[in-house]
Design a protein around this ligand. Structure first.
Ligand SMILES: Nc1ncnc2c1ncn2[C@@H]1O[C@H](COP(=O)(O)OP(=O)(O)OP(=O)(O)O)[C@@H](O)[C@H]1O
Ligand SMILES: [Mg+2]
Length: 574
């Protein structure tokens, strides 16, 4: 798992190595300094030798300044390495997310992906910075300090070692109990982001239903949950500090007590006792740093798992080895197709669908809400793969095509389609980056968008806000149709794409489409029978199955659901 993460370090390897190198130098200085202090006291102060005081004082200054410089350098490189690593991680995740299919995204949920890209990466970044600075430093300092303490006075050093195992056990227990809590906290983070995302996306609905209070409560609920669990975890981690303090005082006491005896017995000098204090301090300090690293790694472990899951997720729609580039014709054939969103044959969204659309045909699709109309057409540009059966597009199995080439030739206007921030022209050119102004205008003419664009003061250069919120629903729909037309597709799918435009415009769009691209097969999903009345054939779906298929006249004669839809819609006009 770590190895997968490490791949993202890349150009920051150098900084990652320089940091511990500088840290090692810093530690060496920290070790040398107490020795110099001891010599200064014993040979200088106690002996009253001015020259010695000056000599050792100077070396002490040099060591201190060197330590300072090395400290600054290691800090600097640690920052470069960790932030760079985080940047690469985010990019790698993002690139992989772009390759995700709809079902990959269904599996993670967008809000969880967002938490993983932000909070989780920050956790790993912090942990990484600590690891390269402290994971080398603490053990090094620990080992050196112990060695030096033994060198100065073995008997005294031996007594402190009694404190260390106790400390270890304490730290181990802290980590053991805190880890599951941190795990939980991150899952709740996902929930919180979900609440926020849903709220912001639907803010208009929230306001129009005056649901603010309810939403506030929902948010408070999750943030309260985070607070409670985080607090519990932090409470355990906070025990770290009293544990350290206790060990600190205990060892100071031991050193003073044993040290006093040794000095009285004249087996140790005062200078040695002073340096002993420093070493003991360093031993404990290194253990404390190590425990901090462990806590950080603990938090980051959960985040690491979550990041690696995104990095390792393979798109379940893959290109074949020798992909076909172009559709031979505009035919679509469903051959006993069944489909399940969760790959479960007992929960089929589509059951045994078979029909054949010839090139140039206009196929209407109607059916109650939830009858799987959108599901059916989403299989054609291979947004999902069929669970069983066969789907032929342009004469070949849809899985044989290069994915992006297929989607260039099968244009789909999604039911909940979005526009992006940018000008109208920029949005339209998503369909074809090379489209000329004349082509844009022609597409807009067919989609009946020309008229309202002309009324905008800046016309095609009008800026759209994110999601196109400064346009009306019907205006947005017309732009998304124009955008799809610019692809010059062989197959065009309109999923309820004219639901927000008036019936007259709806008719004009359909008439325009017929003449727009010769030979183009068109699928029109609609709620209004009027939208599919002049289609060559219409499919009536019910519960994911074909209930009836035929022309308007045929369905009026034989299909009960179609008749009912027609009759209820006619009543509205009486
Ligand atoms: N991404 C998804 N994951 C799991 N189930 C889904 C998903 N999308 C749709 N479904 C389910 O599949 C069924 C058919 O949904 P679909 O969107 O195809 O209906 P529809 O006919 O297009 O409805 P509408 O007229 O409201 O647009 C529904 O029961 C729905 O709950
Ligand atoms: Mg739908």
């Amino acid at each position: 798992m770590i190895r997968i993460l490490m791949k993202s370090i890349r150009e920051y390897k150098k900084a990652s190595w320089l940091t511990p190198a500088f840290v090692t130098g810093e530690v060496l200085m920290d070790i040398v300094m107490p020795l110099l202090v001891a010599a200064l006291i014993d040979q200088g102060v106690s002996a009253g030798d001015q020259d010695k005081i000056f000599y050792y004082g100077m070396w002490l200054t040099v060591a201190a300044i060197t330590a300072l410089i090395l400290g600054v350098l290691s800090g600097r490189f640690a920052a470069i390495a960790s932030t760079g690593f985080a940047k690469n991680l985010r990019r790698d995740m993002f690139v992989n997310i772009q390759s995700f299919s709809f079902s990959n995204i269904d599996r993670f949920s967008p809000s969880s992906l967002l938490t993983r890209l932000t909070t989780d990466v920050t956790n790993v970044q912090n942990a990484y910075q600590m690891i390269i600075r402290l994971l080398i430093r603490s053990p090094l300092m620990f080992v050196f300090s112990i060695a030096m303490a033994f060198k100065v006075n073995a008997e005294l050093a031996g007594t402190i070692l009694w404190v260390v195992p106790g400390l270890f056990v304490g730290l181990f227990l802290i980590i053991r109990f805190a880890h599951p809590l941190f795990d939980k906290v991150f899952k709740i983070y996902d929930q919180m982001n979900n609440v926020v995302q849903e709220n912001l996306q639907g803010i208009r609905v929230v306001k129009s239903y005056v649901r603010e209070d309810y939403e506030n409560k929902k948010f408070q609920g999750v943030s309260e949950k985070i607070y409670r669990n985080f607090m519990k975890a932090e409470k355990i981690v906070a025990l770290n500090s009293p544990l350290m303090q206790f060990s600190n005082y205990l060892s100071m006491l031991l050193v003073s007590w044993v040290g006093a005896h040794l000095i009285a017995a004249q087996t140790m000098t005062t200078g040695e006792l002073v340096s002993m204090f420093t070493y003991v301090g360093q031993i404990l300090m290194s253990l404390m740093m190590l425990s901090n690293v462990f806590v950080m790694v603990l938090i980051a472990r959960t985040s690491t798992e979550r990041i690696v899951a995104v990095l390792q997720e393979k798109s379940d729609l893959t290109n074949p080895a020798e992909p076909l580039e172009t559709l031979a014709n505009s035919e679509v054939e469903f051959d006993h197709v069944s489909f399940s969103y969760c790959d479960d044959v007992h929960k089929l969204a589509l059951k045994d669908i078979s029909f054949h659309a010839k090139s140039g045909e206009v196929i209407g699709i109607v059916g109650g809400t939830g009858s799987s109309k959108s599901t059916l057409v989403q299989l054609i540009p291979r947004l999902y793969d069929v669970t069983s059966g066969k789907l032929l597009v342009g004469g070949a199995d849809v899985r044989k095509y290069d994915l992006s080439r297929l989607r260039d030739q099968v244009a789909m206007v999604l039911q909940n389609n979005v526009l992006f921030s940018g000008t109208i022209a920029e949005n339209l050119r998503w369909g074809n980056p090379e489209a000329t102004q004349a082509e844009l205008e022609r597409a807009c003419q067919i989609a009946q968008a020309e008229e309202f664009i002309a009324t905008l003061p800046e016309g095609y250069e009008t800026m759209l806000s994110q999601g196109g919120t400064n346009l009306s629903g019907g205006q947005k729909q017309r732009l998304t149709i124009a955008r799809a037309l610019l692809k010059q597709p062989k197959i065009l799918i309109l999923d309820d794409s004219t639901s927000a435009v008036d019936t007259r415009t709806d008719r004009l769009i359909r008439e325009g489409l017929k003449k727009a691209i010769p030979g183009m097969t068109t699928f029109i999903i609609a709620q209004r029978i009027a939208s599919v009345q002049d289609a060559d054939r219409t499919i009536v779906l019910e519960n994911g199955q074909i209930h009836g298929i035929g022309t308007h006249a045929e369905l009026m004669a034989h299909d009960q659901i179609y008749q009912e839809m027609y009759n209820t819609q006619q009543e509205g006009f009486k």
